[in-house]
Design a protein around this ligand. Structure first.
Ligand code: NAD
Ligand code: ZN
Ligand code: ZN
Length: 348
């Protein structure tokens, strides 16, 4: 079968021929229906070096996946051949206290996981291939009838990551609150919709591209702003001087995290999601009093189930462009060039 593999750090992946996987006991093989191209893959190809994460290439890319169950191993009982599924991507041990709560992202027993701190497309083979080997049936969640494969795939990361970041700050997103969404790409355009669908807060979206600001408007942003060195001031102006209640940074560069930090009002929350290497000072006076700053990583298995319910009701949709597996490299080039509207999704 075909697979888009990252063969070594600091290089582009290659489309190669590899053997088709077969499921061992408890495992599932999924025929890939769609696999999203995440900006994190660009960081993987270009920024990561040995030692950055507890695993190394070679492996097949693609950590946001949906498909149809193709074969199940001995003892698998919750899914059967032909089932439409989305894949929960962070693969933990399943039994530690974090995994038990659904947060396999924060597994505290990495030695008991299929791979420490990773998953399919992150150390193990991912979904940019014809078939995907899933190490445990619990990673397969039902794909609701009304949601297509491309949207399902994107929801598992471009959807789940902002869903988690929004959900943890729900208590701050009161009807009189303002939420800033910085960076309206794959993750950010979902964040705008998730805040609108799950709270009554006002959303202000920021990006450097006009097309991204238009996309944010189309998906429910109440206000849009150009993301530049004046953005924090502009956010204060939009909120009568008080600042935003929650700022979500889906770029994660120092200037955007500075915007988030400086625009958040006292007792508010500034959340770093993007992986562009931001570093900012933290002291009593570096931001308003009692601002909480957090980084988040992906989301919980229970949260993916909640998000699929939201998608099944049509409350959130994924803007996407599809590419064939043969054109997957082009998808990454377009993503790097900022030419993708919403998410680029590979359909093998
Ligand atoms: P994307 O390329 O689809 O979108 C990025 C958006 O940010 C684009 O619209 C771009 O125009 C905009 N942008 C760039 N510079 C900006 C600036 N200075 N101010 C405002 N907007 C700006 O990327 P994506 O796939 O949505 O991923 C976003 C980031 O989140 C990446 O760094 C990715 O690696 C990271 N990520 C983190 C997690 C996590 O769990 N923490 C999960 C997935 C992705
Ligand atoms: Zn990702
Ligand atoms: Zn665990």
């Amino acid at each position: 079968m075909r697979a888009l593999r990252l063969q070594a750090w600091q290089q582009e992946p290659e489309l190669v021929d590899v053997p088709e996987p077969t499921p061992g006991p408890g495992q599932v093989v999924v025929k890939v229906g769609a696999s999203g191209a995440c900006h994190s893959d660009l960081h993987l190809m270009h920024d990561f070096t040995e030692g950055a994460v507890p695993w190394n290439p070679p492996f097949t890319l693609g950590h946001e996946n949906a498909g149809t169950v193709h074969a199940v191993g001995e003892g698998v009982s919750s899914v059967a051949e032909g089932d439409r599924v989305v894949l929960y991507g962070p693969w933990g041990c399943g039994v530690c206290s974090m995994c038990t709560r659904g947060f396999e992202t924060y597994c505290e027993n990495p030695a008991g996981a299929p791979i420490p701190g990773g998953g399919g497309g992150l150390g193990l083979d991912g979904g940019m291939a014809d078939y995907l080997l899933v190490p445990h049936e619990r990673f397969c969640l039902p794909l609701p009838d009304g949601v297509d494969m491309t949207a399902g795939a994107a929801l598992t990361d471009a959807g789940l990551t902002p869903y988690h970041a929004v959900r943890r700050s729900w208590s701050k997103m009161t009807p009189d609150a303002t939420v800033a969404v910085i960076g309206v790409g794959g993750l950010g355009h979902m964040a705008v919709q998730i805040v609108k669908a799950t709270t009554a807060a006002r959303v202000v979206a920021l990006d450097v591209k006009q097309e991204a600001l238009d996309l944010a408007r189309e998906h429910g942003a109440d206000e849009v702003l150009v993301s530049d060195e004046h953005a924090a001031e502009a956010l204060r102006d939009l909120t009568g001087g008080r600042g935003v209640d929650v700022a979500l940074d889906f770029v994660g560069a120092t200037p955007t995290l500075e915007t988030a930090r400086k625009s958040t009002r006292s007792t508010g929350e500034a959340t770093l999601v993007g992986l562009a290497g931001a570093e900012v000072p933290f002291s009593v006076s570096s931001q308003a009093y009692e601002v909480s700053m957090a980084s988040t990583y992906w989301g919980g298995r229970h949260e993916l189930a909640e998000l699929m319910s939201l998608a099944a009701r049509g409350a959130v949709t994924v803007e996407h462009t599809t590419y064939s597996l043969d054109d997957a490299l082009q998808a990454y080039h377009d993503l790097a060039d900022g030419k993708v509207r919403g998410r680029a999704v590979i359909v093998p």
